[in-house]
Design a protein around this ligand. Structure first.
Ligand code: ADP
Length: 520
């Protein structure tokens, strides 16, 4: 760069912006190209971007587009001297703070005074000593670098804070950030709405003024704990002093300035109302169920007493009817016509049938009541034996065989169990087919229960009657077989009293199996 045209703006700065290449810009202004070249040669070893101008106007133009770390300004220039140029540079806001070093051949107080007045940071006197120039300029290079670094850090910080605030704002709940003592340091706009108080008014206040029961989470949390505390229901206060229920979760994080706590707060008014409504409904339901249960218990007891009394009180008149009809037939011995004798026999038959029904009814009532008694360990093999012994005549007469597998001992009541097996075995014989009755009794373990099965090879039951037959006075084969229609109702009452269940499986013509499950 030996030949240089007059009045030129020359830049030897590479294209990349200084932030990227790490270099700063320096402006050298002198009307003498040789001087410019000399300055350039001295400063080039600093490795910075040098821009050259030969007039004050060119220097001003460059100041418009570039931000210089320092300007080296020759004092004596033809059109606009260094001082005038400096004045104009200072007049612009952008270059108000740019350090200016005046280069002059004359050491005069007046010049110094004027220069410093115009904001000069230093004077360099010709002839220039390269080392001094370099070290002076280096100070400004370092200053600019530090300034750039600080600016970048400040920008990064501002960006991080912006992100942080955006996250805080995007939170679905009101969020406040406090220090350990509970002083609010930050709050999002939802907090304004929730507490009816501006964010500025919240910041710096004690969180206890809006959430009196707020507590700092355990300080012993690990430094990186991201686990929020479990949800808590507290009473919060709006600006006007009105309370409302709030759900809060807290999260703490350590910062160089100490522990900070984020508290997410949600208005739980609607939820509290819904809970109160559910609670009220539940209480009302419980009250109604209790009322209804009491009513049912009362009417059940009344019914039971009525049935018991009726079955007892009816016994006597029936016995009288039977006795008197027997007496009448004895007194009239042989003097009654065939028609009258048949009528008396019908009266006796019906009286005895009524007696049977009443006895069965009493048995049913007794079984329904038996659950109140204390249970003992009952050997079911002995139970089946006792039932078969009670039915000995029937078994002999029918030629029935009973095959009984190993049965368990269970905690139960013996009497209802005997009644249960007795009814099931007698039905198996009564509702036999043309084959000799074969009855198989077995037990297998279920889930927390034993399942007993009484299988027969009798006439079977149509599936549509599987439930029906367990009701009181329900009979399917009433005309062909004697019975009261209460046997299976007694079985069901006994099983239910023992906490179990009874059901039947059958195919008409192929026998039936009655299953009974009883709790272990
Ligand atoms: P009862 O035997 O006195 O009629 P139950 O209550 O014991 O009354 O039985 C109700 C009805 O169920 C019987 O009338 C009968 O029709 C039917 N039943 C009961 N057990 C059997 C069985 N093992 N096989 C076929 N039918 C049965």
């Amino acid at each position: 760069m030996t030949a240089m045209p007059e009045r030129t703006i020359l830049s030897i700065a590479p294209k990349a912006p200084p932030e990227e290449n790490g270099r700063v810009k320096l402006l050298l202004v002198d009307d003498d190209p040789d001087n410019l070249l000399a300055l350039q040669a001295i400063l080039e070893p600093l490795g910075q971007d040098l821009m050259l101008a030969q007039t004050g106007t060119d220097a001003l133009r460059l100041c418009l587009d570039h931000d210089f770390a320092a300007i080296l300004l020759d004092v004596r220039m033809p059109e606009m001297d260094g001082f005038e140029t400096a004045e104009m540079i200072r007049a612009r806001k952008k270059s108000l703070q740019t350090p200016i070093l005046f280069v002059t051949a004359y050491r005069s107080d007046e010049q110094l005074f004027r220069g410093y007045n115009l904001g000069a940071v230093d004077f360099l006197f010709k002839p220039i000593v390269p080392e001094i120039l370099q070290s002076k300029v280096n100070v400004f290079v370092d200053l600019r670098r530090t300034e750039q670094l600080l600016r970048r850090k400040a920008e990064e910080l501002a960006r991080a804070e912006q992100r942080y605030r955006a996250v805080l704002e995007a939170a679905p709940d009101a969020m406040v950030i406090t220090n350990q003592a509970g002083t609010i340091e930050l709050a999002n706009s939802r907090a304004d709405t929730l507490f009816g108080r501006s964010r500025e008014a919240l910041i710096g206040r004690d969180i206890h003024s809006v959430l009196p029961a707020w507590e700092c989470p355990d300080e012993g949390l690990p430094r990186t704990s991201l686990q929020p505390t479990p949800e808590q229901r507290l009473i919060a206060y709006r600006d006007d002093g009105s309370p409302f229920p709030a759900e809060i979760t807290r999260n703490s994080f350590h910062t160089p300035d100490g522990l900070l706590i984020t508290t997410a707060i949600r208005d739980a008014t609607d939820q509290a109302h819904a809970e109160a409504r559910i609670q009220k409904t539940n209480l009302e339901l419980e009250r109604r169920v209790a009322e209804r249960t009491a009513e049912l218990r009362y009417s059940n007891e009344a019914l039971r007493q009525f049935a018991w009394a009726a079955s007892h009180d009816l016994q006597e008149p029936i016995r009288t009817v039977a006795t008197y009809s027997q007496w009448l037939s004895q007194i009239m011995n042989g003097n009654l016509g065939a028609r009258e004798s048949k009528m008396l026999a019908t009266i006796e038959q019906h009286a005895s049938r009524l007696n049977q029904l009443l006895a069965a009814l009493r048995q049913y009532i007794q079984v329904s009541d038996s659950g109140q008694h204390a249970r003992t360990s009952v050997d079911c093999n002995a139970v089946v034996k006792a039932a078969a012994w009670n039915l000995e005549a029937m078994i002999q007469e029918s030629g029935a065989s009973i095959e009984c597998g190993a049965l368990p001992s269970i905690s139960s009541l013996e009497l209802p169990l005997v009644q249960l097996f007795q009814n099931l075995i007698s039905n198996a014989i009564k509702y036999r087919s043309d084959d000799l009755p074969v009855i198989r009794i077995s037990a297998q373990e279920g889930e927390n229960c034993w399942i007993f099965s009484v299988q027969d090879n009798g006439i079977g039951i149509d599936p549509k009657y599987f439930d029906y037959i367990f009701g009181v006075f329900r009979r399917l084969h009433g005309s062909q077989k004697s019975g009261t229609g209460i046997g299976l109702a007694i079985c069901r009452a006994a099983v239910e009293r023992l906490g179990g269940r009874i059901w039947v499986e059958s195919t008409p013509g192929n026998g039936s199996t009655f299953h009974v499950s009883l709790p272990v």
